[in-house]
Design a protein. Structure first.
Length: 363
């Protein structure tokens, strides 16, 4: 199905899928015509020879009355038309045997993107995670075929929901997360939290802090997010493009199994793109950890975005999604489709006309 807003581009060039079939049928047709010509020449030479021949009777002379002659000439004319229709039908059949194809390029209604939101939920990044989640709540309304997953990590990872295109589930889970994280937007909101708010946040973060003396293990969390995408842990004929939106401040505490560089190297081998979204205070934008994150993300083919110059997280997320859409359109492959509708219609008309003539001749 193609988007109503974008008409598909169909090239005028016709490709023949079975050109050999046309060539073979044409050779047979040429042999029949040659045999017919040689046969007529042989008969003509026999007629013009001096050998005595039997008396020949002419049907035209026997049907010499005006009415009979008119009907006979009509019968001859219809026979010629019928022969012409059969020849035209044969030509159309030859065309169909060649399986005419055309190249069609277009933008499909259904996307083939898999998106994993990979959120660092250490204390310094939680307020920014809510902004990322709120942006995707808005974006989900425009999704058509994209599958989305949410994974959160601190010292360990937890999958909030796996890849799915059940947008009602996605929206409900994202709204739930947004409501829970509302209490950590500022110190003032933290001070106003009641026991139930604390419990909700604790339940949502459960499973992300199972290692002592370690927080925000970026590389380990990133590998866990990548494991949600087809083709990362096993070889798969996956025609969907996989991407990860990594939201973190890249401040690591503890000894990770994978460094950020090792994780990115591993993920790149699976043709998965990682885009980095700096989730931290603007005062740390020029820190060495932030610069290293930007360099690593960009060197592995992703884009790194930060809140410099008062750009909101929502604008950054939308910029990442626009970039993915453009990349998908550039990588769209042309498709060969059957282009035999006109030939099929012509064949139907020719056969119908021939049947009408055959019925008339039979009368």
């Amino acid at each position: 199905m193609f988007t109503p807003s974008q008409s598909s581009l169909q090239l005028a060039i016709i490709h023949w899928q079975s050109l050999w079939a046309i060539a073979a049928a044409f050779i047979v047709f040429a042999l029949i015509i040659t045999w017919h010509i040689l046969r007529n020449r042989k008969k003509s030479s026999q007629v013009n020879s001096n050998k005595p021949r039997a008396e020949v009777y002419s049907l035209t002379e026997d049907l010499n009355t005006e009415h009979t002659s008119r009907l006979f000439h009509l019968w001859q004319l219809l026979n010629k038309y019928a022969l012409g229709l059969l020849i035209a039908t044969l030509c159309v059949v030859l065309i169909l045997l060649g399986r005419p194809m055309s190249v069609e390029e277009g933008s499909e209604n259904t996307s083939h993107k898999d998106i994993v939101l990979c959120l660092d939920v250490s204390g310094s990044t939680l307020p920014y995670d809510r902004e990322v989640i709120n942006t995707y709540i808005k974006l989900v309304n425009s999704f058509q075929g994209e599958r989305i997953a949410l994974s959160i990590f601190n010292s360990t990872s937890r999958t909030v929901f796996p890849l799915t295109d059940d947008y009602s589930l996605v929206t409900s889970q994202l709204k739930k997360a947004s409501t829970i994280l509302q209490g950590v937007q500022s110190q003032d909101s933290i001070d106003k939290m009641n026991d139930q708010n604390y419990q909700d946040i604790s339940d949502w973060l459960d499973g992300t802090q199972n290692r002592s003396d370690a927080t925000s293990l970026i590389g380990d969390g990133l590998v866990s997010c990548a494991a949600l995408l087809p083709g990362f842990t096993y070889s798969a004929q996956n025609q969907r493009s996989g991407s990860i939106v990594l939201a973190t401040d890249n401040v690591v505490s503890g000894e990770p199994t994978y460094t950020l560089t090792q994780a990115l190297d591993l993920i790149k081998k699976a043709n998965i793109i990682v885009d980095g979204l700096y989730s931290g205070p603007q005062s740390s934008l020029n820190n060495q950890t932030t610069i290293e994150m930007r360099n690593q993300i960009q060197s592995h083919g992703g884009v790194f975005l930060s809140q410099a110059q008062n750009v909101s997280v929502e604008q950054l997320v939308k910029q990442i999604e626009r970039r993915k859409d453009n990349l998908e359109n550039q990588n769209a492959k042309a498709t060969l489709i059957d282009n035999s509708s006109i030939a099929t219609l012509a064949l139907s008309i020719l056969i119908t006309l021939w049947l009408i003539l055959a019925w008339r001749l039979k009368r």
